[in-house]
Design a protein around this ligand. Sequence first.
Ligand SMILES: NC(=O)c1ccc[n+]([C@@H]2O[C@H](COP(=O)([O-])OP(=O)(O)OC[C@H]3O[C@@H](n4cnc5c(N)ncnc54)[C@H](OP(=O)(O)O)[C@@H]3O)[C@@H](O)[C@H]2O)c1
Length: 423
Amino acid sequence: MKKIKIGLAGLGNVGRGVYEILQKDKDLLTQRSQAQFEVVAVSARSKKDFIDAQIKFYENAIDLANDANVDVVIEVIGGDKVAKELLEASLKNNKKFVTANKQLLAEQGFSIAQLLEKTNSSIGFEAAVAGGIPIIKQFKEGLAANEIQEFYAILNGTCNFILTKMQNEKLDFALALKQAQDLGYAEADPTFDIKGIDTAHKLVLLSSIASATKPAFAQLHVEGIDEVTIDDINLADALGYKIKLLATYKKLPEGLQQTVYPALISVKEKIAQVDDSFNAVMVKAENADCNFIVGRGAGKLPTASAIVADLVDIALNRSSFLFNVKSEQLAEANIINISQREGKYFLRLLINKEAAQKTDLAKAIFGEKIKAEKAQFLDRGDEVLCGFVTDSQKEETVLEAIKNFDSDLVKSAKFLRVEETGF
Ligand SMILES: NC(=O)c1ccc[n+]([C@@H]2O[C@H](COP(=O)([O-])OP(=O)(O)OC[C@H]3O[C@@H](n4cnc5c(N)ncnc54)[C@H](OP(=O)(O)O)[C@@H]3O)[C@@H](O)[C@H]2O)c1
């Protein structure tokens, strides 16, 4: 039987999970792959007791790429320095490569796709997007006969956990973040998660596959959840919405919409019902119509499950282009500016109570152009906190209206976007 020899770089959360699955599910994996997987070398900053003492340990991860005994390098270190060097050295030395590193692929994916074709190797990155959910496979294989027209996704479990805590337990953002950190969901430095960067990295990868365009991370409009307040959550709740950090992709005649922002979603929609640390992707595809998948977007075993699935693909000689088409066929992504977004908006306005008692308050605030479809009010002593949901508008129109609000009437204003997935 074929033996596939693995060099495992990174023995943290995910690396340990990979090692565990390869041991505990050995027989199942052998049946499905007609191969035996064997970890022959590992690398981390320090040695680990859980690794069999017979297995070679390298202090320098790049040595895995130069080890003639290694067929496949798995990179679960993270970041864009050692990981990139390891990827390049592995491909150049004809090793297959498996990674969970969304940052590296999202920020440098095009040159990596070119190198991959030049070296005629393979890169599996199922674990880089939505952890245990097989979304890369769904996009590349399951929906191969479809133009993907739109998708909406919750791709960061930490943010979904924080927003769910805020919603259900009325905790403010800082406290919910602290709980996420105590439970090990959020990193000590949670910037990439809460600022939406991690979600944007994953969105870029899915978008490139969906649209056959070069990853365009730097052009994306990205907002995180760190400015979502408990007042936003409460007003949204009273209006019939939940707030979710949403990655949105739409193929429109004028270009591609690729955005990350906290969005209000009607509680009736399926994706709004995905709570806690779960991830979800709702896809509208040309022929298959709607697909909705929910699952564990992170964690030791769910993420390792995706890595090991990539190993099975390697054993069965199943491979694909990095972004589903040849790198020379990847077009420049024409990203639509967020100011051109069309949709409904949630406005949170602080106004004085006297003014709030005017007969047609919405008209006094918004004038003729923008209609308020729904409103809710929270008493704040002399003032009232108002939550309005507008009719569908261009974002630049809403921004212009906010700029021109009567300052005697509106003391402060903030907006979030309302997203309608229709599913
Ligand atoms: N955790 C998840 O749920 C999850 C989900 C999806 C994707 N990912 C991705 O998977 C990757 C790994 O995540 P993780 O959570 O497993 O991280 P982690 O727990 O922090 O583990 C990182 C590992 O890399 C090792 N390492 C760091 N610098 C190294 C270097 N220069 N050379 C060799 N090894 C080095 C560390 O060594 P020491 O142990 O000796 O410090 C550690 O074993 C990241 O790209 C992450 O974005 C993670």
